[in-house]
Design a protein around this ligand. Structure first.
Ligand SMILES: Cc1cc2nc3c(=O)[nH]c(=O)nc-3n(C[C@H](O)[C@H](O)[C@H](O)COP(=O)(O)O)c2cc1C
Length: 253
């Protein structure tokens, strides 16, 4: 295992713990050290293996290597040095608007898995899985100007008086649901990059409307975060990690 607050570069981190310790938010990258776009792409592919709500995969990963777009995105990232010195950028985008396509993809996958057969020969587990994407996901995700969401929320609130009930049903709840999953994918990406000895910095300090415009994203999409990538300069890591004492955040029941 490497030293806990290692500043070394280029070495691969061979365990998850090594990658966790190695990953730091890097605000200045080496100018003369390139990173391999194919490896970054592989790390993005690994990010898509992150756990995500209902396996709806309401995300997209925009991998930017073009100098012209990097420049524009740096401005949209408020000129932060983490963006300005980056060799590549990855924008994690939430695509809640794609819920119908994603539910359908899951349904197609399940139909292929279970095979075509008479309705009554599906097992209870198979029926549950099919109904999950055929009925439950449309119920949860469909909305009209937020109104249907509030009606569903009211129904779940009443039901919740009598039994444990799923309550994350308003548009604002579902945005959080989608951003949680995208955040897990972002972290999976950053750890995969750390495994390769590559560096990253997650950024939310940005103008999301401008980023959407630059990447031609539809209005229903949302920027989760922009992740800069490169090889760290030692001074690009702002000192040793600070964390609140573990006892203050660890609650054992
Ligand atoms: C969602 C999110 C947004 C962040 N936005 C920024 C940012 O805009 N600029 C920046 O320099 N760092 C940003 N950071 C990095 C944090 O400041 C950093 O993770 C934190 O200080 C802990 O340091 P470490 O990542 O080196 O452990 C962000 C981190 C997260 C998770």
């Amino acid at each position: 295992m490497k030293f806990l607050f290692s500043f070394t570069t280029m070495e691969k981190n061979t365990s998850v713990l090594d990658a966790i310790n190695y990953r730091r938010s890097v605000r200045a990258y080496q100018k003369n050290e390139e990173i391999d776009a194919e490896i970054v792409k592989k790390c993005i592919q690994q990010a898509t293996l992150a756990p995500n709500s209902s396996n709806m995969q309401l995300w997209e990963f925009h991998h930017i290597t073009s100098d012209a777009i990097l420049k524009k995105l740096t401005v949209a990232c408020l000129g932060q040095s983490a963006a300005a010195t980056a060799k590549q950028l990855v924008v994690v985008v939430v695509r809640k608007d794609l819920w119908k396509q994603r539910a359908k993809a899951n349904l197609t996958h399940l139909n292929n898995l279970f095979g075509q057969k008479p309705k009554d020969s599906y097992s209870p587990r198979e029926k549950f899985a099919l109904n999950y994407y055929k009925k439950l996901m449309p119920f949860v995700y469909s909305d009209f100007l937020g109104i249907f969401g509030y009606i569903k929320y009211f129904i779940s609130w009443i039901t919740g008086l009598f039994k444990p009930t799923y309550r994350q049903i308003r548009n604002s709840d579902l945005r959080i649901v989608a951003h949680k999953s995208a955040g897990l994918a972002a972290q999976t990406f950053m750890l995969s990059m750390a495994e390769q000895g590559y560096d990253t910095c997650p950024m939310e300090g940005s103008d999301s409307i401008r980023i959407k415009k630059i990447l031609n994203l539809p209005s229903g999409s949302e920027i989760n975060m922009t992740i800069s990538c490169g090889m760290r300069k030692p001074e690009g890591v702002y000192g040793e990690r600070f964390r609140i004492p573990f006892d203050e955040v660890y609650k054992h029941w």
